[in-house]
Ligand binder design. Structure first.
Ligand code: BT5
Length: 240
């Protein structure tokens, strides 16, 4: 494990050397990255920001399940801090409406490795969080011991190892577990596709390749492999 006081992005740092089995942790990221050129912001020392390099030994078909496995690992790890997380497809970890953790998985090298980047808000106050709705373990009511960064870090790595093993040995069982944990299913959603278009419908299921199936108003089903999902909340008009 490499612990850096500062790095532009732990994903970029981990991908530079791409040593399988390595983990790069940074106390501060100066150019933390989200998906689609978005940024990840966290104050020094209040969050967990790290990237693990793994050689998952999976068929290409199952690589899209890796981010889902990372989301599930984080959700299971933080549950033991006393908070109740839900997963928003594909891999946002929420508590209530607030985003607690973000995940960025990148594939690099030949033979390929997966760089699994995780940003988890641990000790931020309300003022230290960016918009849109975001939360931290502390704000979500984690017990003091549950919000210990070293402890949570260890739990996430252990869960991640287990979920990646599930992916290899029982991918269908893994997806079944993911479906049970995914708060998106059954919700009215709006999906923003990579080309910028938007589709509304009901999130029905996640298929064995990790894609989200959305039933549109006209009865047709759209299968989405990449995109951003907004949960539409008819009751209060709110979206997350
Ligand atoms: C993600 O992207 O959620 C993936 C974030 C991955 C960050 C980790 S940190 C370690 C590793 N090294 C990196 O450089 N990255 C990874 P996306 O779904 O695109 O969401 C990005 C959006 O989340 C931003 O546009 C903001 O709106 C919001 N955001 C930024 N920082 C946040 C935070 N600390 N908490 C909650 N939301 C945040």
């Amino acid at each position: 494990m490499t612990l850096l006081p500062t790095a532009p992005s732990t994903n970029s740092e981990a991908a530079r050397t791409a040593v399988r089995g390595s983990v790069v942790v940074a106390e501060e990221q100066t150019a933390g990255r989200g998906r689609l050129d978005r940024s990840w912001e966290a104050p020094v020392g209040a969050a967990l920001t790290f990237s693990a390099v793994v050689a998952p030994e999976l068929p290409d078909l199952h690589w899209p399940l890796i981010p889902l496995a990372a989301g599930l690992a984080v959700a299971d790890a933080v549950r033991r801090s006393g908070v109740i997380p839900t997963l928003k497809w594909p891999n946002d970890v929420l508590v209530g409406r607030g985003k607690l953790a973000g995940i960025l998985v990148e594939r690099t090298g030949s033979p390929p490795v997966a760089v699994i980047g995780i940003g988890l808000n641990v000790d931020q106050s309300e003022a230290e969080l960016p918009v849109p709705p975001a939360t931290s373990l502390r704000l979500a009511g984690a017990e003091a011991a549950g919000a210990d960064r070293t402890e949570v870090f260890g739990r996430i790595l252990a869960e991640l190892t287990d979920r990646l093993r599930d992916l290899r040995t029982d991918p269908a069982g893994f997806v079944a577990k993911y479906r049970r944990a995914c708060g998106t299913l059954g919700q009215e959603v709006e999906v923003q596709l990579p080309d910028g278009s938007r589709v509304r419908g009901t999130a029905e299921t996640v298929d064995d390749e990790g894609r989200l199936a959305v039933r549109r108003g006209d009865g047709g089903t759209l299968v989405v492999s990449a995109g951003d999902v907004v949960h539409l909340r008819a009751a209060d008009g709110d979206m997350i």
